[in-house]
Design a protein around this ligand. Sequence first.
Ligand code: CAA
Length: 379
Amino acid sequence: MDFQLNEDQEFIRKTAREFAEKQVKPTAAERDEKKEWPAEIVKKMGELGFMGVAVSEEYGGAGLDYVSYAIVIEELSRVDASVGVIASVNNSLVCYGIEKFGTEEQKREILTPLASGQKLGAFSLSEPGAGSDAAAQKTIAVRDGDYYIINGIKNWVTNGSEADTILLMAMTDPTKGHRGISAFLVDTHQPGVSVVKVEDKLGIRSAHSAQMAYDNYRIHKSRMLGEEGQGFKIAMTILNAGRIGIAAQAVGIAQGAYEAALEYAKIREQFGQPIIQFEAVGFTLADMATRIKAARMLTWHAAWKKDRGENYIADASMAKLFASETAMWTATKSIQVHGSNGYSKEYPVERFFRDAKITEIYEGTSEIQRLVISREIAR
Ligand code: CAA
């Protein structure tokens, strides 16, 4: 096994680091405070190939591998987890799904503008009554000739209020349970789909999460992704890949919180010496560095298995579970190292702390990851 990043991976890491430092970090705190959508940053990410990192060049992507994708999401999230998740949703929850399950026409017409960043995608599975129990879909799609008519309410649609395309799951046959769910590629510029509200959240505040309503939304059958009844399987397959993205986001948040604590501990003096020289602080930083390295290795390993075409379901869930709990732990400890200053908005760690929490929740809670892992290892 080779632990060396290849030239492409090193190059994309350097490019993403520079972009994150120069163009994302300076405005991150203000955008968080104002819940401001980073329109310019999203546009630039498209130009740099960050919106379709692992999509083939033929369909507008950067044509790199999934390890490269994890690296990009980590670097963005190291300074701003909101920007990290905006890119992650477009890459793995939308582009990956269309490239894997789409028709040639869907790939040319819908995937290409999404992967090249000219358009933005969102993924819509969750409903007020369908969170962890994702199969409990109430949104309904009724066949009407060559069209389907969609009605229902979706929530927690990351990118939803800004998206051009939404990969939507809806029930086409309620008598069949999860096998009655189908996936659609919704054009948000058509009538019948609207934003009910953008949530006011604890963290990742500049990434918008919308509640959306479908009111007799009419969609042609050519915009169904995969076959009728395949939607749940498609959603689960997409989420396997998405969980690598969230693991990478969590590694980035943890890394940002750790670097802030390290820097602070070197300059903050108490009792006549920098606090890093106190064993309590030095050992905390040692534990942070160790856990982050382990989380990154799990994430890259899951991505590497995906790149090799191996089954990575448990690996993605392990990476997401461990990395998200590492992010929360590291951010909490980083505030502790900062003392009262860590509790203040003058320092970035309170934002890392607020942003870290969602990584233990979305794309499957930690409890769901443990369920997935336990089922996989019991096979
Ligand atoms: N990969 C591929 N297929 C899978 C799968 C996986 N990880 N998990 C289940 N499936 C398949 C099964 O093989 C089965 O297929 P068949 O029809 O051939 O039998 C089918 O899906 C049903 O599986 P289960 O019987 O296991 O379904 P379940 O209802 O018992 O449990 C669950 C499924 C794992 C709990 C699932 O509901 C789940 O993952 N829940 C969490 C939902 C989630 O992650 N939501 C995230 C929302 S999106 C989001 O957060 C985006 C964002 O904002 C950034």
